[in-house]
Ligand binder design. Structure first.
Ligand code: CA2
Length: 149
């Protein structure tokens, strides 16, 4: 079964504890559960991780090459700052879907720039935890098309 690597960046481990008006009431565990269910229904498995450390996210992206069939990334605040994550994504050779819970374009100007978007296959934002399911569906379609040859 193809595996999708789902990576979550800094502070996303705090979901469900504060700011429900922006990020919703779900915890990251809830989002992992709905991602696992959606992936299973589509014949995929997921490897779901979170880190507050930029370098750890870079290492996980590097290690995905040749193992995972695609990456779903909510890089949190590193979205708006990280050239290192941009470079790792560019080099990994995998389809990448950028996800954000909130609609970053409706928020502060500093959130309007994404270093992930230029190296992503596509971006999904503003749909809360459902965005992860939409990203899994997108990757399932991409993987099926790739395997068709
Ligand atoms: O909307 C998203 O998914 C973000 O990636 C979330 C990041 C933010 O920096 C991005 O601009 C957009 C922040 C996640 C922090 O989440 C918290 C949730 C509850 C309590 C504290 C932080």
């Amino acid at each position: 079964m193809p595996t999708l690597l789902i990576l979550n960046g800094p502070n996303l481990n705090m979901l469900g504890t504060r700011e429900p008006g922006i990020y919703g009431a779900e915890t990251l565990k809830d989002i992992e559960a709905r991602s696992t269910a959606r992936a299973k229904a589509l014949g995929l498995t997921i490897d779901f991780r979170q880190s507050n450390m930029e370098g750890e996210l870079v290492t996980w992206i590097q290690q995905a090459a040749g193992k995972a069939s695609g990456i779903i990334l909510n890089a949190g605040a590193y979205t708006h700052t990280s050239v290192a994550i941009h470079d790792a994504l560019r080099a990994c050779g995998l389809p990448v879907i950028e996800v954000h819970l909130s609609n970053i374009y409706k928020r502060e100007a500093f959130r309007h720039q994404s270093f992930v978007a230029p190296v992503a296959t596509g971006s999904i934002c503003g749909f809360g935890g459902h965005g992860y399911e939409l990203a899994i569906e997108a990757l399932a379609t991409i993987i099926a098309a790739t395997n068709k040859g």
